[in-house]
Design a protein around this ligand. Structure first.
Ligand code: AMP
Length: 402
């Protein structure tokens, strides 16, 4: 059985085709810069290896058309007809309160997704365009939506509510939603498998640390709290996002600077000009920051310390609300690849039973592994995330009506 996973951004279409017998990736790639002259198509398949071409892709439909043509290509393709694709799984950033689990697409679901445009204006319209493009190019093939927010819908109300006047929750649905749910879900399931215990008996803290980062507290397979909020801006310090700040700073900036007169300008500052980039003045990419620290850059070092400290605060808080933890899992670009961030985020937490094996943590491996000291009460783990596979599994489950 083949499942196509699609992730449509505002100017990109990423995809992976899985053969679910053995959960193997057989083709994957992306069309980038949709709508621009410099649009290109980069892809890889088991048959033909890597290819990259400049392409004409004025919209999502044209981008999806390129992908389907390539998948059907007689030399490099991976399928001989579209009917070989059993189901398409779409990654959707925001499902609001409407969607707490993956769903098969129909008209009501599409209308529901449209209702979430207002709370995810950067992502959901692009996802919608992607769904319509897939419907056009793959007529008759079912689509399943898998939401980044859905895994977090188990949070109790006292964790997801903001202490604003209640009417803004009722009218505008302002509350904590949480993001990266597919990743937190995947790594917590893998952690349970690696620990050899049912997820329903475990307390796990998962730290998805990438360009965007979030930490989640999971008890018996259910999210109790997560660091991202109404949008993916809240929580730990990130590449170009500020994470937690005093909200009064926004009112101050609006009063003090004429350029911050509207929401778009403030959003740009907080989402694109802050975080690692904002403090270092160099880059939002951790690898650049690490090089700058080695070259003696003090602001890069400050930002790095801030980022690690903010992760440590969430780990400690979630250890508290869970009343202990069986495992702490690191995942995503920084979580999987930066031993120094992992070490610093766990430093001084021995009182919580979090003790790292510093040597194991440094091993340059790209695989699932334990990095806690034998004496550590909490098992510290690295688990490479696999959101695409999780989406493929969920799509397959929905199709089978499981
Ligand atoms: P992601 O959003 O999961 O793709 O993660 C991207 C982040 O991971 C960027 O900040 C990268 O700089 C960071 N990253 C990737 N590889 C490494 C590495 N070897 N050391 C430190 N950071 C890394």
């Amino acid at each position: 059985m083949k499942v196509l996973v699609v992730n449509c951004g505002s100017s990109s279409v990423k995809y992976t085709l899985f053969d679910m017998d053995g959960e193997k990736k057989i083709a994957w790639g992306l069309v980038e810069c949709i709508g621009l002259d410099e649009a290109y198509y980069k892809r890889q398949s088991l048959k033909c290896g890597e290819k990259k071409d400049s392409v004409k892709a004025s919209n999502h439909t044209q981008a999806v058309e390129l992908v389907i043509k390539e998948l059907l290509d007689k030399d490099c393709g991976s399928i001989s007809g579209i009917d070989e694709i059993a189901v398409v799984g779409h990654r959707i950033v925001h499902g609001g309160e409407k969607f707490s689990k993956p769903v098969l697409v129909d008209k009501d679901v599409k209308d529901g997704l449209k209702e979430c445009f207002a709370i995810a204006p950067l992502h959901n319209p692009a996802h919608y365009a992607g769904i319509e493009a897939v419907e056009k190019m793959l007529p008759g093939i079912p689509s399943v939506l898998v939401f980044d927010t859905a895994f977090h819908q188990t949070m109790p109300d006292y964790a997801y509510m903001y202490a604003l006047p209640y009417e803004y929750y009722e009218k505008d649905h302002i509350r904590r939603y949480g993001f990266h749910g597919t990743s937190h879900n995947y790594v917590s399931q893998r952690a349970a498998e690696l620990l050899g215990k049912p997820l329903s008996e475990l307390k796990i803290i998962t730290a998805h640390l990438g360009n965007g980062s979030s930490v989640t507290a999971i008890e018996n397979g259910k999210v109790i709290d997560t660091s991202m909020g109404f949008t993916p801006l809240q929580g730990v310090v990130m590449g170009t996002r500020c994470g937690d700040i005093d909200p009064a700073i926004i009112a101050y900036l609006i009063e003090a600077y004429p350029e911050f007169k509207d929401g778009a300008a403030i959003n740009n500052l907080l989402n694109r000009k802050s975080g690692l980039f904002g403090i270092s003045g160099l880059s939002g990419d951790m690898r650049t920051i690490v090089k700058a620290i080695a070259a003696g850059n003090k602001r890069a070092k400050l930002e790095y310390d801030m980022l690690c400290y903010s992760i440590k605060k969430y780990i400690s808080a979630y250890f508290g609300i869970l009343n202990g933890a069986d495992a702490l899992v690191f995942t995503a670009g920084i979580g999987e690849n930066s031993p120094t961030v992992r070490q610093k985020a766990c430093e001084g937490l021995s009182a919580l039973g979090i003790e790292m094996d510093v040597e194991k943590n440094k091993e340059p491996l790209n695989s699932e592994r334990f990095i806690s000291a034998p004496s550590s009460k909490v098992k510290i783990m690295i688990i490479p995330t696999n959101e695409e596979l999780m989406i493929a599994r969920e799509a397959k489950k929905v199709l089978a009506n499981e």
